[in-house]
Design a protein. Structure first.
Length: 264
């Protein structure tokens, strides 16, 4: 595991973060959750992205190029840091060992929100990452499990969409950061803007024009809650609400076009 970008020094006994977002490859988080991350940074919160692989099996872009693109995206989003596990691309598996490795990172940075790709995505690495993070989210809270850091129970685990759609548990209004969100995704020029015509017979696993697809999906999620752009998330379990009236602040934010969370 290595740190590929850091805005500030990350000490092992340093402060925690608010959000820890996992992806199988560099660009996964930018496809599915960059708006939420940009919004959290704008609110003054600390955000770290952890990529499990370098994406070395991608049909476009060498690992070194993808690393520089990931660094650029981190800068655009204002991340506290970006970490790469260096696990083999195309071979991610949900296992006790992998779950413990990810749980150790969760304990080190102590986020209240953990993000992961939808664990039923059709891409096997995305699916495996979601399953690994689900396992680690549980392991990180076990007091008797020694992982070198004190146990920690994140408040929420949310899954984001890459290929396979779902009915969201929550939709976040990202209208005010949509430009940052799209710039971060667009930083991966090797993946989203370079032509595939030079690769005879190549068939992309999803749409060949991801940036318009991302914008269209954000418009779709936004329409669900009455705003211009949104990002949808699937919660691992129900969202706990002590006062239903507190949701009215989100409704007010939606109608005014400012950031908020819509319960669907």
């Amino acid at each position: 595991m290595k740190i590929v970008y850091q805005a500030h020094e990350l000490a092992a006994d340093g402060p925690g973060v608010d959000v820890l977002a996992f992806g199988a490859h560099p660009d996964d988080v930018e496809i599915g959750a960059a708006g939420l991350l940009a919004l959290q940074v704008r609110l003054g919160r600390r955000v770290i992205v952890a990529d499990l692989t370098a994406g070395e099996l991608s049909s476009r872009g060498e690992s070194s190029l993808r690393a520089s693109e990931a660094t650029r995206a981190a800068q655009l989003l204002g991340l506290t840091a970006r970490i790469q596990f260096g696990w083999p691309d195309g071979a991610l598996e949900d296992s006790p060992a992998n779950g413990r490795a990810v749980a150790r990172l969760i304990r080190r940075f102590r986020p209240w929100l953990v993000l992961a790709p939808y664990d039923r995505d059709r891409h096997p690495d995305h699916r495996a990452t979601g399953q690994i993070v689900r396992r680690s989210w549980f392991l990180s809270r076990l007091r008797q499990l020694d992982l070198g850091f004190q146990f920690h129970a994140p408040a929420m685990l949310w899954f984001y969409a890459i290929h396979t759609p779902f009915d969201p548990t929550a939709v976040v209004n990202i209208s005010e950061v949509m430009d940052i969100r799209m710039s971060a995704a667009g930083a991966f020029t090797s993946q989203f803007t370079e032509s595939l015509s030079a690769i005879p017979g190549y068939q992309p696993i999803g749409t060949p024009d991801y940036l318009p697809f991302i914008e269209a999906r954000c418009r779709h999620f936004g329409a669900m809650i009455g705003c211009q752009f949104g990002e949808g998330f699937l919660s691992d379990g129900p969202l706990a609400i002590s006062d239903p009236q507190a949701l009215l602040s989100s409704a007010t934010a939606r109608s005014s076009g400012h950031g908020g969370v819509g319960k669907c």
